[in-house]
Design a protein around this ligand. Structure first.
Ligand code: MSP
Length: 476
C-alpha cells in the first residue's frame, strides 16, 4: 500500500540569539506530530532551520565583535545541539544563507511573481521595525514604539518593489473560509478572516541593497535585495528542491506550525505568493500561543528566562519534553515559572507516572509469573490527535488514566488479594497492565512525547521486571 505523505515545518528562526524556550516548544510540537504520523504509517518530512538574511543577525554579530557568518554558525550549532538534547529528529535543517539549497528557489519565486505581473516598483514612505523585520503603520505602534520590541521603528523613504498582495485578498478569504486552507484553532481562523475583511495592502518586497547588507539580490536588479520575509517564507519549498531542478515536491503541500506572532505572514502573504506563483497552497497552519513567565515576556533583565537547556539539566530530556507539551496550552498563551515546573515534575512524574510504574511492576514481578510475548498499540490511537493537535489534552487524558490506576490499586489492594488468593490477585494485576486504559496503553500513548520512557515501560512489561527509577526526586 502506498503511504500517505505528511510534511510539517517549524518557522525558520532568526539566529540572532541562543534558542528560546518558545522556539524549542514549536520545534518540539513538530517533532511530536512527526512521530505521531510515523506511528500512523505515514511517510513524514520534518523541516526546520534558520532565517539568516536579516539585519538582526548583523547587529547581534557586531555586538560580539564577530563576522556575521561566524556568529551565525555558532548560533546554528546551539540550535542543533538543543534539538539533539531534546530528542528532536528533523529531516532537514535549512539555512537561508545557503546559496545552493535556498537561493535558486527564492529567485525562481521572485521571477514567477514578476512574470505574473504582481511585482511593481514604487516608493515606500513609512516605518520599519528591524526587530520584527516588518513594515509598520502608525496604528501598529504604542507611544510611537513597536509594542513587541519597545523600540522606535526607523522612518524609511526608499524605492522598493511592491507585491500586489491586495489583489489576492478575496481569493485567500475564500479558501480560508471554506477550509481548503485549514487554520487551527478556529479562533485564529476568525482572527485572520477579520483581518482579510479589512483588506490587505500591497507590500514592499525588496529593500535598496545599499541599506541592507544581508540578503538575496533581486533578479535583474542588483541595486535591490529581497525583503527577508519574501525569501524566508519560500524556504518551505526550496527545502524540497523548488528552483533547483530536482524538485521533490511530492511532500508539498505542508503543514506550518507557527506562533501567533507570525500568523499574518503565513496565512495572508504566503498563500498570496503561492497563488501568484501557481503553486498549491499549504494544507494547514497550526497556531500556538506564546509562553510567558510570571505574567511577563521573558527577558534577561527581568530574570525570568526559562532556558530549555537548563530545563534539560534539571529534569532530564524526557521530563522536559513532557513539561512543555503538557503544561503549555497548545493554543492559548501559557505562563510557566521554575516553581511551577518543579511542582509539575514532582506531582506528575515522580509521584505520578514514575511511582505508578514502580508500583505495578513490583506487583507483577512478585505475583504475575509470566512474561508477555507480544504487546501492541490500540488501533486508531493517533487519529484524533493527528486532526486536532491538542497535545496538551491528549497528555491530560493520559494522566487521568495514571491517576485512575493509582486509585484502583489503593482501593482494591491487589497485593493483599494476591497473598490470599494468588489466582485472583494475578488477574487483578494483569488487568492493571493489559486492561483498557492500563499501563500498556499508557506506555504506547507516551511514544511520541516521551519515546525513551515509553520504551522502558514496554520493556519492563514484556520482561516482567521493574525498571530503574524513571524520575528521580529533585535535590533542592
Ligand atoms: N524568522 C521568523 C520566522 C520566519 S518563518 C518563514 C521569526 N523568527 S523568530 O526567531 O522570531 O521565531 C518566532 C517563532 O518562535 C514564533 O512564531 C514561535 O513559533 C516561536 N517563539 C518565540 N518566542 C516564543 C514564545 N515566547 N512563546 C512561544 N513561542 C514563541 O519570526
Amino acid at each position: 500500500m502506498k503511504k500517505n505523505t505528511f510534511y510539517i515545518t517549524t518557522p525558520i528562526y532568526y539566529p540572532n540569539a541562543q534558542p528560546h524556550v518558545g522556539q524549542a516548544y514549536t520545534t518540539l510540537l513538530c517533532d511530536v506530530m512527526t512521530r505521531c504520523h510515523r506511528l500512523m504509517g505515514d511517510e513524514v518530512y520534518f523541516l526546520t532551520g534558520t532565517d539568516e538574511n536579516t539585519e538582526k543577525v548583523v547587529r547581534a554579530a557586531e555586538k560580539e565583535g564577530k563576522e556575521p557568518s561566524e556568529y551565525m554558525q555558532g548560533i546554528v550549532e546551539t540550535f542543533k545541539d538543543l534539538y539533539k538534547n531534546l530528542g528532536i529528529e528533523y529531516s532537514q535543517f535549512i539555512r537561508t544563507s545557503d546559496e545552493i539549497i535556498h537561493w535558486p528557489g527564492a529567485i525562481e519565486m521572485w521571477k514567477r511573481l514578476q512574470e505574473r505581473g504582481d511585482i511593481y516598483k514604487g516608493e515606500y514612505h513609512g516605518l520599519y521595525c528591524v526587530g520584527c523585520e516588518e513594515f509598520k503603520t502608525e496604528k501598529d505602534l504604542i507611544d510611537g514604539k513597536c509594542p513587541i520590541h519597545g523600540t522606535e521603528p526607523e522612518r524609511l523613504s526608499e524605492e522598493n518593489y511592491f507585491f500586489r498582495l491586495s489583489s489576492y485578498t478575496p481569493r485567500i478569504k475564500e479558501i480560508i473560509e471554506d477550509g481548503s486552507l485549514l487554520i487551527l484553532p478556529s479562533f485564529r481562523k476568525q482572527e485572520i478572516l477579520s483581518l482579510l475583511e479589512r483588506g490587505l495592502e500591497d507590500i514592499s518586497f525588496s529593500r535598496p541593497a545599499g541599506n541592507v547588507m544581508w540578503g538575496i539580490p533581486v533578479p535583474g536588479d542588483p541595486t535591490q535585495k529581497m525583503y527577508v520575509w519574501m525569501d524566508a517564507l519560500t524556504n518551505y519549498i526550496t527545502a524540497l528542491g523548488f528552483g533547483r531542478g530536482e524538485e521533490d515536491m511530492r511532500f508539498w503541500p505542508g503543514t506550518h506550525v507557527v506562533g501567533k506572532d507570525i500568523l499574518r505572514f503565513h496565512a495572508a502573504i504566503w498563500p498570496a505568493m503561492l497563488l501568484s506563483a501557481g503553486l498549491p497552497l499549504p494544507q494547514a497552519i497550526v497556531v500556538h500561543g506564546m509562553i510567558i513567565s510570571d505574567g511577563k515576556k521573558m527577558s534577561k533583565s527581568l530574570g525570568n528566562v526559562i532556558d530549555p537547556n537548563e530545563m534539560i539539566s534539571r529534569y532530564g530530556v524526557e521530563a522536559t519534553r513532557y513539561l512543555l507539551l503538557r503544561h503549555v496550552n497548545t493554543f492559548e498563551d501559557s505562563d510557566i515559572t521554575w516553581e511551577r515546573l518543579d511542582e509539575w515534575y514532582e506531582a506528575d512524574l515522580v509521584n505520578g507516572l514514575g511511582n505508578l510504574v514502580a508500583r505495578i511492576l513490583t506487583l507483577s514481578e512478585k505475583y504475575l509469573n509470566r512474561n508477555i510475548e507480544k504487546i501492541e498499540p490500540s488501533e486508531g490511537m493517533w487519529d484524533e490527535l493527528g486532526k486536532t493537535y491538542r497535545i496538551d489534552r491528549f497528555l491530560e487524558y493520559t494522566w487521568s488514566l495514571i491517576q485512575g490506576l493509582d486509585r484502583s490499586i489503593t482501593k482494591d489492594e491487589p497485593f493483599k488479594v494476591a497473598k490470599k488468593d494468588p489466582e485472583n490477585g494475578a488477574k487483578m494485576i494483569a488487568e492493571l497492565i493489559e486492561g483498557v486504559g492500563g499501563l500498556r496503553f499508557i506506555a504506547f500513548a507516551l511514544q511520541p512525547f516521551m519515546p525513551d520512557t515509553s520504551e522502558k515501560i514496554l520493556k519492563a512489561i514484556k520482561e516482567n521486571k521493574k525498571p530503574d527509577n524513571l524520575f528521580p526526586r529533585l535535590d533542592v
